[in-house]
Design a binder for this molecule. Sequence first.
Ligand code: SF4
Length: 387
Amino acid sequence: MINEPKLSFEQGPIRPPNEARSLLLRITRNCPWNQCLFCPVYKGQKLSLRTVEEIKKDIQTARDIADDIKALSWRLGMSGMITNPIISHIISNNNYSYSYKSVALWLSYGTGACFLQDADNFIIKTKDFVDILRFLREKFPDLKRVTTYSRSRTVSRRSLTEMKEIKEAGLDRVHIGLESGYDPLLKFIKKGVTAAQHIDAGKKVVEAGMSLSEYIMPGLGGEAMWKEHALETARVLGKINPHYIRLRSLRVPNHTLLYQKVKNGEFKMLTDDQVVEEIKLFIESLDNSITSTITSDHIMNLLEEVKGKLPEEKENMLNVIKKYQDRPETDRIVYRIGRRGGAYSSTDDLYRDQTTYDKIKRLVSELSSKGPNETERFIEEMADQYI
Ligand code: SF4
């Protein structure tokens, strides 16, 4: 038994939405590129590589904490199970470090998943990455899934042999921010990667036997490039055929470089309805040989139900879009407010609860009476609360 509740290990600021129940371990700090115009995450922070020894020490600490929490469960008569009383005991007691709270929750979820932070872990030398992964698997032999973020440009510099070694050592999935497959747009947003590099990196991850999640960003092309953004992104994904295509719609926080371009008129944002039209074109343009699963697990997406397995659920996804587009304009506005406020997750919710519908409709009337742009401004503000 360790019983040192102040023990802690390092964790970074972000993880993909579907890694909310994973053990988070930070193996590099920040982003080596850090230039994407839309990205607020690591601005003002420099890349810092952690030594293998530091990372192993953190993994060992996470192991010790997990063992200590299990021992606590036995002491409290819960046979090693991480039950609600154990979680409450740890969360409500300030003697326990944040790491204890984080590991306790992770154990209680029982996902067996681990996400390696931060933005681009293929920057680590292959031999070191392999060493870290082997140590992690040795200390946590029951892990079911180990995943990380990386950039296409970094992955494309690794040989297939190296990628296979990394897979063999225990990395199961890579999350890549593809954002767009349209080269002029990739250049405009300073992604630092070309469509060809996206394709090369994506194919390599898949060929090495790892699962691949590609994030794309509806709305990123703005008024000027939305069509090419949709068409070229569909083309590039058709060449990769990743396991997952994850939608994460553009929002522009005021501390991003893109915000300045919005303010000076250089970048004109799409409305919600235009983004929906763009996603429709994107899905229609996906080649029927693609077998990816589309997910929409980000709160910034308006239509959460646009998700499913390709090609068999392609029509379902297009029907969700059609259903939204066929609604009268007032209902679309009511839905947008309800969705941003957390009341709706499907356009069918509009008609399930008349009280909520009437309440939002009254709000729309009040906003419209204050001025022509008030409703849009209100919806924008609601959407931006998530960024
Ligand atoms: S590569 Fe990722 S983390 Fe780095 S600046 Fe771009 S979006 Fe942000």
